[in-house]
Write a protein that binds this ligand. Sequence first.
Ligand code: SAH
Length: 255
Amino acid sequence: MTGIVYFVGAGPGAPDLLTLRATRILARADVVFHDALVHPETLALATRAKLVDVGKRAGRISTAQGFINRRMVHAAQRFKIIVRLKGGDPLLFGRAQEEIEALVRAGIAYEIVPGITAALAAAAELGVSLTRRGASRTVTFATPRVGTGERAGDWASATASADTTVLYMGVGEVEEVSRCLMEQGRSGATPVAIVENASLPEARAWFGTLAELTRLAPPDLRGPATILLGEVLRERLSSAGFSGTPRARVASGRD
Ligand code: SAH
């Protein structure tokens, strides 16, 4: 028997931002391989499945990619419905292609179920349109995180021509991020925001300028966070009354 592997987007955090299709597939799953940040309520939807945590978080113990690939192939040879549950959208910054290739090599069928990516949840949290008319017609999703064989600053040149940029996996290296962006010609006065835990009740956001980016996030920032950059944030910058001191703002109307 060979099963099918569904790459399912778990969304940005809030369990009710899952798609109906994801919910239905989880209910039928035999095995679920999931990331570290998936909400317990989402995992609870997989009532009949064996849950396997293969989460990787920066600086913590990680499950090697090759090992995850082998386990998925192995499971697909024994079970019918296997879910690879990934945060946000499964195809953005999640190394899904390597997993897909492993399945293709083993002759195993797969399907992708998209999810709401962190950038969109962060924009929603701020109430800021990433393509606000008159200010932005282009958006880049980028990460300063370097894979093997990639040059360190490449991401920054790719963002230089976009009106709005959303950076994934960047809050751990804000010095490098602001230096690279300013080297690429971004003005230090460019509005930026950091959004932590977008879509969750504990969401927080900070606003400032690119020159202030390194001082923006407090040391207790622990949750996943994205950095947003661009003129679309300018009004938010002034209305938040940022005055050089990072200040938390509960941004979603739940306060
Ligand atoms: N596939 C995921 C991204 C995986 S990379 C997606 O589409 O969203 C992990 C990075 O996503 C984190 O380092 C952080 O930058 C961002 N992220 C994930 N969840 C987030 C959240 N709830 N709020 C803010 N950023 C988040």
